[in-house]
Design a protein around this ligand. Structure first.
Ligand SMILES: *[C@@H]1O[C@H](CO)[C@@H](O)[C@H](O)[C@H]1NC(C)=O
Length: 359
């Protein structure tokens, strides 16, 4: 018997089985043509995005990267990272075709049959470095998030060839490789802003020793106002490079602390944000800022973030150069993999993860 369209998932085990165990994801729910959002996705009032808290006049900085070493450009990058924690870059070195190709590849991956995508689920994936999933941490969440994803942790080209889905492998590798140039430019400028003028191999590895690329799919949602695509959180990365499509829905906490600012899609741009690891390493100078994604009632949306991270085995803390300069450390040294585990053990909870490293 087909489940009724009005309340097909009153039993949560039926929903979990359909969405998670069978690999249908929220995309599967969306495509059933549900008339109402299943109750498991209804967020408490305080977690829903209230459009009256949106500051429509404000915008995060948009920085032209044609001349990344122009002192004015350097200044705007460092100011954006300390004041907003978020900015968009235009005229950067990642070719538009590379961005278009990775977006197409994202649609191709999510267009595969559930049984095929499910080969990459937590249950079935041959490696922890390749993970198809839904929501954020379903086992720890009181309400689920309206998002499916494929997460690809880069180890080597050989591993990518052996384990990543072939429909998106080349496109993701190309996007990550081409973005490295921009990532290095940004990190060089940001380090210079801390008076750290030399990035040797050890420092480079600490700042960008590992990379994870996610393909995110936020399907069209019945009752988008009752749920979230991604709840309030800050990233655990050094930097995040985000490619978003033309739908919109990413909101960033404004620097007055109360309001939210929409990040408008700009064709060819990349959204850059500071993650907790850089906030900690910069001893609080650069800020990782809370952000969230709303669901959309009329469109599917995709985004492709690259999380630029320390290596799991790195100890992170305020950079020694800052302490040698007489700054008082506000964070302790923590093992990066412990920090990340702490983030993934709990549901999204705003900026609370960073307390793990506070002195
Ligand atoms: C949904 O997408 C459309 C098209 O981009 C946009 O105009 C609308 O504001 C979006 N709705 C929400 C709730 O973000």
């Amino acid at each position: 018997m087909a489940p009724s369209l009005s309340e097909p998932f009153s039993d949560s085990s039926v929903l979990i089985d359909f969405v998670i165990n069978q690999g249908n994801g929220v995309k599967g729910l969306s495509e059933m043509g549900l008339k109402a959002l299943p109750k498991q996705y209804i967020q408490p009032l305080e977690e829903r995005m209230c459009m009256t808290n949106v500051q429509a006049q404000e915008s995060i900085p948009i920085i032209d990267m044609s001349n990344p070493n122009d002192p004015e450009v350097e200044k705007s990058i460092c100011e954006a990272a300390s004041k907003w924690g978020f900015f968009q870059i235009v005229n950067h070195d990642v070719p538009v075709e590379v961005l278009e190709n990775v977006k197409d590849a994202t649609y191709k991956f999510f267009g595969l049959a559930a049984e095929v995508k499910n080969k990459y689920s937590k249950e079935h994936s041959l490696s922890n470095n390749v993970r198809f999933g839904t929501s954020f941490t379903p086992q720890a969440e009181k309400a689920l998030e309206w998002k499916d994803y494929l997460s690809l942790f880069y180890v080597s080209e050989e591993e990518a060839f052996a384990l990543w889905p072939s429909v998106c492998r080349e496109q993701v590798l190309d996007y990550t490789r081409k973005s490295e140039v921009v990532i290095k430019q940004l990190l060089k400028v940001l380090m210079k802003g801390l008076n750290v003028n030399e990035i040797d191999e050890t420092k480079e590895s600490l700042l960008m020793g590992s990379m994870r690329t996610n393909l995110n799919y936020y399907p069209k949602c019945p009752n988008p106002e009752l749920t979230v695509g991604v709840g309030r959180h800050s990233d655990v990365s050094t930097l995040t490079i985000l490619l978003q499509d033309e739908i919109g829905g990413l909101f960033v906490r404004g620097n007055d602390g109360d309001n939210w600012i929409h990040v408008p899609p700009i064709k060819g741009s990349l959204v850059i944000n500071v993650g907790d690891a850089l906030q900690i390493m910069s001893n609080g100078k650069y800020k990782s800022v809370e952000h969230r994604v709303v669901a959309n009632g009329s469109n599917n949306r995709i985004s492709v973030p690259i999380f630029v991270n320390p290596r799991p085995s790195d100890m992170i803390g305020p950079l020694p150069e800052l302490i040698e300069n007489g700054e008082k450390p506000i964070y302790k040294q923590v093992l990066y993999s412990d920090y990340v585990k702490h983030f993934f053990r709990k549901a999204h909870d705003g900026k609370k993860t960073v307390a793990f490293a506070e002195l």
